[in-house]
Design a protein. Structure first.
Length: 481
């Protein structure tokens, strides 16, 4: 899914985001003209809209052969490549064009996440009220405009650090709305039984983009300057918007205007899902803590390699690309691991076992020690991808479709709210004690945090439950028009 401009594509979201089903994506009985296919989810039977079932009949090759998911996947895959280029291009713009300090580079990461902290909670309720495909298209077009403006400003000699920070903040805001709407819109396209495959295919293409994107971004920086990569990313946003406009679906269900509760009531419903069950709240807390460490390390890694260790930009991009092969392997292994070992067991083991490999990043350096950076990043990305696929599948099945926007917003508000703190902490530590010392502190924090999962009931679970033990009471807005 479309990520924030400086966010590592596979950030581990261990909060309320993972497992088997409460409802199908839509209540077809509430939508005139919906088909007659019935799926049993949890203890309910839910009708599936015809734009899902008709696309699946008689089509070999899985979801990629269906029109709607094929278009969605193509748009996300291409835009994911552009974003992977931008992940390294923006820091290089700050370093090579603006000669920014280490603290400023870390601040760019914080700015891209700041919208989640400022308006993430109400944004989730807005997404649940507005047409989600319209949000997706609008967010893509805003991001395209912003990423085009930065190179133009650089070529005319007017680009400044505040302008770059503003661009990252605007792009981060559009990315936030895109992420919330995408997570809520995906169940509208996929039947419950297809969601694991859909998430795995989206994650696989994201991992492939992470392999090619950073290397291409580093190469573009050496050949054509850092701002060239931003133009490529802008064009991929436009392509993604065009793919979304070509989807053929039934109208999205929405609550009637008179039946919508107030924003505070909607936020309360989103928070309600973290009160019930023995694992949702621990997952959310661990996710917030580990993202603080992960984004702190990742906000410094390019500065660490380029300035502290003297590695060329092209080599840095290549190292990040090689490390991203771990994400591709994780996408391949996730479904198999869940089928063999169970969703909860896979989630816990993967997080606990892979996190300590982050300690290899600050141990890296010139020569043979560059292999430590690659191996550490490879294993961390493998774990993040597997964890992400499990959690994303859990969320869209466990949470009713009409609540997905606000529940996702609560999760992202808590988790993403720690990212500016992590980036700011990285900048402060690097300024006070040096980049290497800051990397060691943040990597150690990341490595030990998943051990908290062993203190929860998840240590003895095979699979996550299909329903909360005490489902929150929903307001009138589950009566869809």
């Amino acid at each position: 899914m479309r990520r924030l401009i400086l966010k590592p594509r596979l950030t581990r979201e261990r909060g309320a985001t993972t497992s088997p089903g409460r409802t199908a994506p839509l209540n077809a009985a509430a939508i005139p003209g919906c088909g007659d296919t019935v799926s049993s989810v949890g203890d309910r039977e839910t009708r599936i809209p015809p734009h899902i079932t008709a696309a699946r009949k008689g089509r070999p090759g899985g979801l990629l052969r269906t029109r709607n998911f094929g278009l969605l996947w193509a748009g996300e895959s291409v835009s994911g490549l552009g974003s992977a280029i931008t992940t390294v291009a923006v820091p290089f713009v700050a370093i090579t064009v603006l000669h920014a300090s280490t603290g400023t580079v870390a601040l760019l990461t914080a700015a891209s996440w700041l919208p989640w902290f400022l308006i993430g909670l109400p944004a989730g309720t807005w997404v649940d009220r507005w047409p989600r495909r319209r949000i997706l298209v609008s967010a893509n077009l805003v991001s395209a405009a912003v990423l085009t403006a930065v190179p133009v400003a650089a070529w005319t000699g007017v680009l400044t650090v505040p302008m770059l920070l503003a661009a990252v903040l605007i792009a981060g805001t559009s990315s936030m709305f895109f992420t919330l709407a995408f997570n809520a819109y995906l169940p509208h396209l996929l039947a419950p039984d297809d969601r694991m495959e859909g998430n795995a295919r989206l994650q696989a293409s994201a991992s492939a983009a992470e392999i090619a994107g950073p290397g291409l971004g580093g190469l573009l920086t050496e050949v054509a300057g850092a701002v060239g990569g931003l133009l490529i990313d802008a064009s991929t946003f436009i392509f993604s918007a065009a793919c979304l406009l070509r989807l053929r679906t039934t109208p999205e269900p929405r609550a009637a205007a008179g039946e919508r509760p107030g924003i505070l009531r909607q936020l309360s419903e989103g928070l309600g899902y973290f009160k019930y069950g023995e694992f949702m709240l621990p997952m959310l807390i661990v996710a917030a803590m580990i993202n603080l460490g992960m984004l702190g390390v990742f906000s410094l890694r390019i500065v660490f390699l380029v300035r502290a260790e003297g590695i060329a930009p092209g080599t840095v991009g290549g190292l990040i690309s090689l490390a991203s092969l771990g994400g591709l392997l994780g996408a391949v292994l996730a479904s198999r691991a869940v089928a063999r070992f169970g969703s909860a067991r896979t989630y816990v083991v993967v997080n606990v076992v892979t996190a300590p490999f982050m300690l290899l990043l600050p141990a890296s350096g010139p020569g043979w020690r560059l292999a430590l950076f690659t191996v550490g990043s490879f294993v961390v990305m493998l774990g993040a991808t597997m964890s992400g696929i499990v959690t994303a599948t859990f969320r869209v099945n466990y949470i009713p479709a009409h609540l997905l926007g606000r529940v996702t917003a609560v999760s992202r508000f808590v988790i993403s709210g720690t990212v500016p703190l992590g980036a700011a902490t990285a900048g402060v530590l690097a300024t006070a004690f040096g980049i290497g010392a800051a990397m060691w502190v943040l990597a150690a924090f990341f490595a030990v945090t998943p051990l908290l999962l062993l203190a929860s009931s998840m240590r003895s679970m095979r699979d996550f439950p299909a329903l909360p033990s005490q489902p929150p009471v929903s307001s009138n807005d589950d009566r869809l028009r």
